[in-house]
Design a protein. Structure first.
Lengths: 287, 327
């Protein structure tokens, strides 16, 4: 039953125009700051300070930012730390997520509840004791964890595992058990069925979780500031602060570095956007 | 929920009849699979949380830091210093941060949910540039939060672009306000937080909206419901489970908000001032700048208890919405 009167059509048209106007106003607010970051990254420091803007075309900033501070080292550290974290956390969370989704074992509810409860604890609650524990471990056992790759990778991996388990659990639960049973009847072992049947079917969810872990690790600040302070392991959020502060005020370079930092996540995200959006929303709606 | 049913079909009666030991033996593989996760969670979650709570009863400052858990036990003195002692500087800073975080959290939660819902509804139509609009609206969420803090800190500067647009170009304000000092700081931290959080929540609402069958709206139309009534009696009830999860997410996110604010002021070294300091920046500064780990731990425990209380209230209110109904 559709109303077809001219009045109705007219109202519908007005509604659509209004809706699009509001929507694109928000689109403008969403991207304007990002465009401004790109624009200022192509200005000279002088233009930024005086406000006498010309057409942003000072591409030299993108060369100077690597020379002004050792940004490449920070970038490399971030890539190594985030990629390793993603790999470690994803493998461990996939195994555990599968176990929680498929088995009802004594303690499975407690495990599930613990996984969720960890999300209520603030990062600083872990950081203060961990920082002192790491110092203690170094003193007594001689194992260096502060300012080393393994130290921060262990912390990040463990930190992102609970949430990843929670998302992955939903994906594994949505795969029919019958498929695995069929594979087992056909002669697959349990593990064989998991690797050959379940993993390929859960691919979207695993990719989504992986992107999520990488984005979170790339974005992590609190632990990085305390646990990676020397240049050889410090991540981007630690290093990027050197452009502005006590010794210099190079907002042009800071913005260029901001663009360079955003670019990899932008590429990863929009390259795999379809997987990510189906993955995240499926997990979220199923709860 | 499909998987629950299926799990029951899987081995229904067996579970109840068996003894605990057989059950454990039967699920060997499951225990093996969760072992790595459990080891990680024990060492990086459980041990630190327990020692963190212990630390809140110890006198831990720059002189006793190295003693860790062997530092002198002082009972509830840290809690007193944070909450009750009127002479303690920690207390006034903490109370300011508590007030700011409360205001910040309420404003951010409400605005993020309203804006996201509006945008999700506007996106959930057929129009030409839909894909483009969604992609562009998503971008703020992809920008790393420390870059967001840095960028907005730069834009809020007294001669930054925001003041230039508001005062020099649009003439909305008579003179350039100071966004990064004084009472306006709270505005300066709320806006970027909303800006970055909206896309994600919008995406969740959009997914929820797409699950509502068109027939519901058709039926409501036939019954003569107008647009508002359709929103009120079809859309909102169908979105309750997404909404409740996003509210929980909001509580945890905003109370523990750190990155954007920390990066905006002196890039982590600065102080947002008594009008803009949040709980996490306050605790982090007191811990790592003046090395008061004991009071830091006590303050964290207090914040954590507040969050647990909020989550308990949230659970009471939204309990019924969490069960996803099978069609």
């Amino acid at each position: 039953m559709r109303k077809t009167g001219i009045n109705y059509k007219k109202r519908k048209k007005i509604y659509n125009i209004l809706a699009n106007t509001i929507l694109f106003l928000f689109v403008f607010f969403a991207i304007a700051p990002i465009l401004w970051m790109v624009a200022t990254s192509l200005m000279t420091q002088n233009e930024i300070v005086t406000g006498k803007y010309t057409v942003p075309s000072h591409f030299e900033n993108y060369i100077e930012m690597w020379q002004n501070i050792n940004f490449f080292q920070y970038f490399k550290n971030s890539v190594i730390i985030c990629a390793s974290t993603t790999a470690v956390a994803l493998i461990i969370a996939t195994l555990a997520g599968y176990a929680v989704a498929r088995y009802k074992f004594p303690g499975s509810n407690l495990f599930g509840a613990t996984v969720l409860a960890t999300q209520m604890v603030p990062g600083i609650m872990f950081l203060l004791p961990l920082y002192l524990m790491f110092i203690k471990i170094q003193e007594t056992l001689g194992i260096r964890l502060i300012n080393t790759y393994p130290g921060i990778i262990i912390v990040y991996s463990a930190f992102f595992i609970p949430f990843s388990i929670w998302i992955l659990r939903g994906f594994f639960a949505s795969i029919p058990v019958e498929l695995e049973e069929a594979a087992i009847i056909d002669g697959c072992s349990r593990i064989g069925a998991f690797v050959r049947v379940v993993l390929p079917l859960a691919r979207v969810g695993i990719i989504a979780t992986g992107i999520y872990i990488f984005l979170m690790a790339w974005d992590e600040l609190l632990f990085a500031w305390a646990l990676t302070t020397s240049t050889d392991v410090a991540t981007i959020p630690v290093g990027i602060r050197l452009y502005v502060g006590n010794y210099q005020n190079r907002y042009d370079l800071l913005m260029a570095a901001g663009c360079v930092t955003t670019l990899p996540v932008l590429i990863i995200f929009f390259g795999l956007q379809k997987h990510f959006i189906t993955g995240m929303t499926a997990g979220a709606v199923k709860g | 929920m499909q998987h629950r049913k299926r799990r029951k079909i899987y081995k229904p009666e067996l579970i109840k009849k068996e003894g605990l030991f057989t059950k454990i033996k039967k699920n060997k593989l499951a225990y093996l699979l969760i072992t790595p996760a459990i080891i990680g969670m024990i060492f990086i979650h459980l041990v630190p949380i327990v020692s963190g709570i212990l630390m809140s009863f110890l006198k831990l400052n720059q002189f006793t830091l190295k003693q860790f858990l062997k530092a002198p036990f002082i009972g509830l003195d840290n809690y007193k210093a944070v909450l009750f002692d009127p002479t303690s500087t920690i207390r006034s800073g903490f109370l300011d941060a508590l007030r700011n975080t409360a205001i910040f959290g309420v404003i951010c939660s409400v605005s993020v949910i309203c804006i996201s819902l509006l945008l999700a509804i506007l996106l959930n139509r057929n129009f030409k540039l839909r894909g483009l609009a969604r992609t562009l609206l998503m971008t703020p969420w992809v920008v790393p939060s420390f870059v967001v803090g840095m960028l907005w800190g730069f834009m809020w500067q007294n001669d930054g672009i925001i003041n230039r647009v508001l005062v020099d170009i649009l003439h909305i304000l008579p003179k350039k306000p100071f966004w990064l000092t004084g009472p306006m700081v709270l505005v300066a931290i709320i806006i970027p937080t909303i800006w970055r959080q909206v896309p994600f929540v919008m995406l969740m609402f959009l997914a929820g909206l797409q699950q509502i069958p068109d027939e519901y709206y058709e039926a409501a139309k036939i019954d003569g419901a107008n647009a508002w009534q359709r929103f009120r009696h079809v859309t909102l009830p169908m979105l309750r489970s997404v909404l409740s999860i996003q509210i929980l997410n909001g509580i945890i996110n905003y109370v523990y908000s750190f990155n954007i604010v920390a990066m905006m002021f002196g890039h982590g070294a600065g102080f947002p001032g008594k009008y803009g300091d949040l709980l996490m920046t306050n605790i982090n500064r007191n811990s790592f700048q003046i090395w008061q780990f004991g009071t830091g731990a006590a303050a964290t425990v207090i914040v954590m208890l507040c969050v647990m209380l909020l989550v308990a209230v949230w659970y009471k209110v939204f309990q019924d919405d969490l069960v996803v109904k099978d069609n």
